[in-house]
Design a protein. Structure first.
Length: 356
């Protein structure tokens, strides 16, 4: 419960008294179901208000299709521990253990563990949530299966051979690596394993794996739609040559890390051009389809460097080196009668030859 209630900075320390007001139960239900219970009293003071809150919670549970037998609002207010424990276990079955798949929650969970631990050298087949976990090997294999190599190789050679030591190490690794609380004392797991407690603990591993798979899917989708400087490139004549006082053009193509061209815009490519003309300001246009036409113009001939960056990194092929051609004063000349002489009041014609 506390694992979920921490979201609202709440905590259960005593089952007999902490559920009495109904606020903890209502909060727990809203968190684990991701649904609203509607209006309930967040600061109850009287028994009537306690009963009302717990009544709202019980009604919500039944509306969700859960079977509740022999427990009513008054049992929670009066602190009947066994009934409250049964209620909590019902919620765990519905919202945690039975979160994936149909059929028996126990069978589904056991089948999941079997698949996770199949590559590991542990006693097989896994048949239960009691005696098959007492050697410390199954919990160790399960912990490692979420990130292979984090605890032991498949041959289990990293284990000490002492069941309690191995179980303690595995549970601590699960806490450190996956932030899975140690919901079951390793000593109890090895000596007197309780089936329901162990199932609850193991369900936390399956929930983590499910969330990790979701995170991986989201990360994959993010990468598919994100431009990667290492695969983006540019092409066009403006990356090879340019003429002075004449617009030069090239196009940047956005691609993801899988080398697929993107079909949407929005990336901020930084294009800088330097040469004899100093720093030349280009015009970059986002067409919204993963293509970015660029136009620039230089005033002096010579060698220019075109740098194209995304997120501070050069795209593929950058920097580019461009040769700009244009008139050279030392090579250009003029000829014609007008440069030799002229008569007052009469036009004198001559021609200027621009040579680079």
């Amino acid at each position: 419960c506390n694992q979920f209630l921490a979201e609202r900075r709440l905590k259960i320390e005593n089952l007999e008294t902490d559920f009495k007001q109904g606020t903890q139960l209502c909060s727990l239900l809203e968190i684990i179901s991701s649904k609203s219970l509607g209006r309930w009293n967040q600061k109850p003071n009287t028994r009537y208000q306690f009963l009302e809150n717990n009544g709202i919670a019980i009604k919500f549970i039944k509306d969700e299709g859960l079977q509740l037998v022999g427990i009513g609002p008054e049992d929670i207010v009066d602190g009947k521990t066994k009934l409250i424990l049964g209620l909590i276990w019902t919620l765990i079955l519905r919202y945690q253990i039975n979160v994936i798949g149909e059929g028996s929650p126990k069978w589904e969970l056991l089948e999941w563990v079997r698949k996770q631990t199949a590559p590991y050298d542990i006693p097989k087949p896994l048949r239960n949530f009691t005696s098959d976990w007492q050697d410390g090997k199954t919990i160790s294999a399960l912990v490692d299966s979420l990130k292979p190599g984090v605890l032991t190789p498949h041959n289990m050679s990293a284990l000490s051979g002492d069941a309690l030591t191995d179980a303690e190490k595995a549970c601590q690794k699960a806490l450190d690596e996956y932030d899975i609380p140690i919901l079951m004392d390793p000593t109890d797991m090895v000596n007197t394993p309780d089936e329901l407690s162990l199932m609850t603990y193991v369900a936390a591993f399956r929930n983590w794996a499910s969330e990790d798979a979701r995170r991986n899917r989201e990360e994959l989708e993010r990468k598919k739609r994100t431009a990667d400087p290492a695969t983006c490139y540019a092409h066009g004549p403006g990356l090879e040559k340019a003429d002075t006082f004449t617009p030069a053009h090239f196009t940047i193509v956005a691609k993801n890390c899988f080398d697929d061209e993107l079909t949407a815009g929005g990336d901020q490519f930084d294009v800088s051009i330097h040469g004899p003309d100093g720093s030349v300001k280009p015009k970059v246009t986002d067409q919204g389809n993963g293509k970015y036409p660029v136009e620039y113009q230089v005033a002096k001939g010579g060698d220019y460097t075109v740098n194209i960056k995304l997120h501070g990194q050069d795209i593929k092929g950058s920097p580019y080196h461009v040769k700009a051609s244009g008139p050279n004063a030392g090579h250009s000349y003029a000829d014609g009668p007008g440069v030799k002489g002229a008569r007052a009041g009469q036009d004198a014609a001559f021609k200027i030859h621009s040579v680079d």
